[in-house]
Design a protein around this ligand. Sequence first.
Ligand SMILES: Nc1ncnc2c1ncn2[C@@H]1O[C@H](COP(=O)(O)OP(=O)(O)OP(=O)(O)O)[C@@H](O)[C@H]1O
Ligand SMILES: [Mg+2]
Length: 330
Amino acid sequence: MSDIKDPEVLLEVINLKKYFDVKIGLGRKNYVKAVEDISFKIHKGETFGLVGESGCGKTTLGRSIIRLIEPTSGKIIYDGDVIFDGDKRKNINMTAYRRKMQIIFQDPSASLDPRMTVGEIIGEALDVHKLFQGKLERKKRIDFLLDRVGLNTEHANRYPHEFSGGQQQRIGIARALAVEPEFIVCDEPISALDVSIQSQIVNMLEDMQEELGLTYLFIAHDLSVVRHISTRIGVMYLGNMVELGDSNEIYHNPLHPYTQTLLSAVPVPDPEVNRNTHRIILEGDVPSPINPPTGCRFHTRCPYAKDICKEKIPEWKEIEPNHFAACHIL
Ligand SMILES: Nc1ncnc2c1ncn2[C@@H]1O[C@H](COP(=O)(O)OP(=O)(O)OP(=O)(O)O)[C@@H](O)[C@H]1O
Ligand SMILES: [Mg+2]
């Protein structure tokens, strides 16, 4: 059921799928099933953490929900407006939503055009959405944004390669902020950065969220990164959402065997509370999303798998209040 009238919900994703075509020779095609039947909601003002191993589809999901890539099927509702409907393909004018929904990329150097100065990069975003009147206001706005992300106004005339990774990510953040967005997909914004500056960037994103009332989808490989900053967390495995719940619940009371294995890989500083006494080691590699396992996609690596897990796709269920999982043994 859709909750389009719920004022708490900013974004609702219903049965979203994204398949990529891949050529397998002799004119034949196959599909990478990168996102498979995912439904969830993001609440206004929250940070929704999205975690899972490399290749599980986090970036594809993040880019699909802001329609940076075109979903294959499903439905996306943003603040009560349907912005994608796989059943009723019609041209939805995305201009207004493009401004409201922004993204910060994982690799800042690859996401900034090397031929443009920093001022041009930020200015371009302002130009697209005509967010200023006259040159002076445009310059003032660029200076304000540079200052806001901890850079100098003189930096406007320099090129991206003249900056460190952390500074490049600040430029990426200024570009995202330029258009006064409401919702930002933060796609592993710190994973390419030195550990020493990761917390500066996270703190800055948190300050901006509070100041500007932003909503985040924060993508990370690892639960330890999102645990403290997320209101709720969704866990992905091979294109599926396998568990979703409040951040503390996911951390202290993980229900899905995959979440339990992810958590058992998180180092705990105090040996007295080391959860790794029950450390679960996953066997085998992540299967290919071109030919994913039948039934529960996790069954080939799940320590608790039963016959039904090979045969039937597990239902997405509310196991405890506001705590969802897809698993036959729950
Ligand atoms: N344009 C594309 N064409 C074909 N396959 C793709 C494309 N983009 C992604 N994929 C595949 O889709 C799957 C999901 O990729 P995605 O980048 O979304 O994963 P991810 O969870 O973000 O991984 P990482 O943590 O490494 O960033 C992978 O198997 C990937 O190879
Ligand atoms: Mg990714």
